[in-house]
Design a protein. Structure first.
Length: 98
């Protein structure tokens, strides 16, 4: 969790893109996301990374289970992330929008 949270949608999108571009950036997957939802919904890691790189942050930013959750969305996919640090994001869940 970042000290400056909650971030606005623009700041969240900028941070996720910085994490993706940084050599020190890390995207981790929660057990729920990787072993349950992504398998159940036929979503690959590449699709998640593509959504994070190209998507926008939706307005439904929520605080759940001790962390701020940011929905990153494309027309086809939504990925919810939480930020651990300025260089680490955790994928909480993902789903297809179509």
């Amino acid at each position: 969790m970042l000290e400056s949270e909650p971030l606005g949608p623009v700041q969240a999108r900028q941070l996720i893109r910085r994490i993706l571009k940084s050599p020190d950036g890390r995207i981790l997957f929660s057990r729920h996301a990787r072993l349950e939802r992504m398998v159940e919904r036929g979503i690959t890691e590449d699709q998640v990374y593509s959504c994070l790189a190209r998507g926008h942050c939706g307005p439904n930013i929520t605080f759940e289970r001790g962390s701020w959750r940011y929905p990153i969305e494309t027309p086809a996919l939504a990925v919810v992330v939480a930020f651990n640090t300025q260089t680490m994001a955790i994928v909480i869940t993902a789903w297809r929008k179509t």
